[in-house]
Design a protein around this ligand. Structure first.
Ligand code: FES
Ligand code: FES
Length: 160
């Protein structure tokens, strides 16, 4: 067993867990934050994406012990009280989801993507969005409305 401590969605948390506990297990089973999904377990689908120290990572292939002390944000930590994060709002406004299984990972990847492009000043084109989403699989939407949602959120965040 190992004692793991981290800050998750602005709250300090600490749990004793087996050494081989994955970050996604720590989040879902120990912290009961089930918005982060598991679709494949093999680092392909992106349903498990969370932010660790501000960067999007796949939590199904990250050991919880390897991010001991980190700051983690899950999809539950994005909204500001009842006010949705602009990326969440854009997915809602542009019908960027159907079953919703991939959506938490899509939203966490999108927020990281928009922040990186806005920090670098590089234009987040439709082609760039589609390329960036290669690590996130959606079985329902055909991606078109997901891309539209990200374009909408990026435009609104640029003007904020
Ligand atoms: S569950 Fe992590 S990439 Fe699919
Ligand atoms: S909305 Fe169903 S998998 Fe993407």
């Amino acid at each position: 067993m190992t004692k793991i401590s981290m800050t998750v969605n602005d709250k300090a948390v600490s749990r004793d867990v087996p050494d081989n506990t994955l970050l996604v297990e720590f989040i879902r089973e120990n912290l009961r934050l089930t918005g982060t999904h598991v679709g494949c377990d093999t680092s392909q689908c992106g349903a498990c994406v969370v932010h660790v120290d501000g960067k999007a990572i796949k939590s199904c292939t990250t050991l919880a012990a390897s991010v001991d002390g980190a700051t983690v944000t899950t999809v539950e930590g994005l909204a500001n009280g009842k006010e949705l994060h602009p990326v969440q709002q854009a997915f809602k406004d542009n019908h960027g989801l159907q079953c919703g299984f991939c959506t938490p990972g899509m939203i966490m990847s999108a927020t990281d993507m928009i922040a990186r492009y806005q920090a670098s000043g590089e234009e987040l084109t439709e082609a760039a969005i589609r390329h960036e989403l290669e690590g996130n699989i959606c079985r329902c939407t055909g991606y078109h409305n997901i891309v539209k949602s990200i374009q909408d959120a990026a435009a609104k965040m640029a003007n904020a």
